[in-house]
Design a protein around this ligand. Structure first.
Ligand SMILES: [Zn+2]
Ligand SMILES: [Zn+2]
Length: 272
């Protein structure tokens, strides 16, 4: 069985189709998914999805690309994270891909927001779900500055939808983080990323869809959904000389260990 460690079921493309999506997950032996929060405004929707389903969990956080909406404090993140089924802080991190005419120096607000998330996660002992794009050096530096990688720092989590270099993967692993691969690893032009996937130890690897975006081959360009996460496992399996089922078992165990949850068993023959 498989777990989708990062999806956006609260986004309209998916939320409007929830019964179908849950049935597709069962049919594809995807036992569970983590619903990721990107704004404080959507948190109650994300949390309600998780609270209403045994096999869904939620995170709380404000995406680095979110602008013009509510800004979180450490206290607010901690109080929202106390709600049932909230198992992670994020997604958070740094994204310098779309600066919209600003310089990296102008993005101090993003770095400050990232620090707020790290401090909340540390206080709660919850894993961070980290988004980093065109900003890996600052992402690693800021984590270290907040104490990640030091004995008993209590800071850990996952670099999600990993698209960075081997060097960044090594730095993230050195800080104790997991690395999650999305459908991008299946794209034809992603040979370098497949090399990273081969390098990352299986016990530190996760798989995800980041749906509704980034559908894996053979669904590239279509609306993605958690049911497609086995296609990511198939690519990792080819890289590591294992079966997709073995990748599924290992990444499910990693998910349970990292987030401190038990994934419910799939009903046998439960294709409905
Ligand atoms: Zn992201
Ligand atoms: Zn995401």
């Amino acid at each position: 069985m498989f777990v989708d460690s990062h999806c956006h079921l609260s986004f309209p493309e998916l939320q409007g189709n929830l019964p179908r999506i849950l049935a597709d997950m069962r049919a594809a032996r995807v036992a569970a998914a983590l619903c990721i929060c990107t704004t404080l405004e959507e948190f109650s929707t994300v949390q309600a999805l998780a609270a209403g389903h045994d096999n869904l969990w939620a995170s709380v956080g404000v995406h680095p690309d979110t602008e013009g909406l509510a800004e979180p404090s450490v206290e607010e993140l901690c109080s929202l994270a106390a709600q049932p089924k909230v198992i992670a802080i994020g997604e958070t991190g740094l994204d310098y891909f779309r600066l919209n005419g600003r310089s990296v120096a102008d993005m101090e607000w993003q770095r400050e927001r990232f620090r707020v998330h790290i401090r909340a996660a540390r206080r709660l002992g919850l894993p961070l779900v980290i988004h980093t794009r065109s900003a890996s050096e600052d992402t690693i530096a800021l984590l270290k500055d907040e104490g990640a990688g030091t004995e008993g720092s209590g800071i850990g989590g996952v670099f999600h939808c990993f698209t960075e270099t081997m060097e960044v993967a090594r730095a993230a692993l050195d800080l104790g983080f997991h690395i999650s691969f999305s459908g991008i690893v299946s794209f034809r032009n992603a040979a370098d990323l497949r090399e990273v996937a081969r390098f990352v130890p299986l016990e530190r690897s996760l798989i995800e869809t980041d749906s509704p975006y980034l559908a894996p081959v053979p669904y590239r360009g279509k609306t993605n959904s958690p049911a497609y996460v086995p296609h990511v496992a198939t690519v990792l399996a080819a890289e590591k000389g294992l079966t997709a089922e073995e990748i599924g078992q290992a990444t499910t165990a990693n998910f349970e260990r990292l987030f401190g949850v038990k994934v419910p068993a799939l009903a046998e023959g439960g294709v409905s």
